[in-house]
Design a protein around this ligand. Sequence first.
Ligand code: FES
Ligand code: FES
Length: 156
Amino acid sequence: MEKAITLIVNGQSRTVTTDPDRSLLDVLREDLQLTGAKYGCGEGQCRACTVLLNGKAVAACLTSISDAEKQNVLTIEGLSSGSTLHPVQQAFVEEGAFQCGYCTAGMIMGVVGVLKQNSNPAEKDLLTAMNKHICRCCSYPRILKAARRALATAKT
Ligand code: FES
Ligand code: FES
């Protein structure tokens, strides 16, 4: 049975009437037209769908919309301040850390998630978090370079 569910997406209250078992990813993409988070595997294995739920990186494909009720969701669309990119986005641009770009939003949100949990993370924390993400174009060296650049910027 459908239910009205309100969540805070990128700082704005949004209400959707839907099956409470649908995934957060599905609702973001299909109902709210926020298509930055991508559907890759649908099984929590690729992290192309990563968003932040109350500041923590989660796989939106495995998160039900009812789990996000009344919670704060941050997607890639809410990251920049107007035309000013978030430092993690800027680092990815400066390092050219993408090819097709399918994994990029998830990668960026993963790094932002690391920084939200700890503004001075250790290298192993970064690697543990990024290890969950798959890039089919194998841009890993540049992605890691961008992530390290973003962390270095955050520490200055
Ligand atoms: S689509 Fe969510 S982890 Fe792959
Ligand atoms: S840049 Fe193509 S999947 Fe990562």
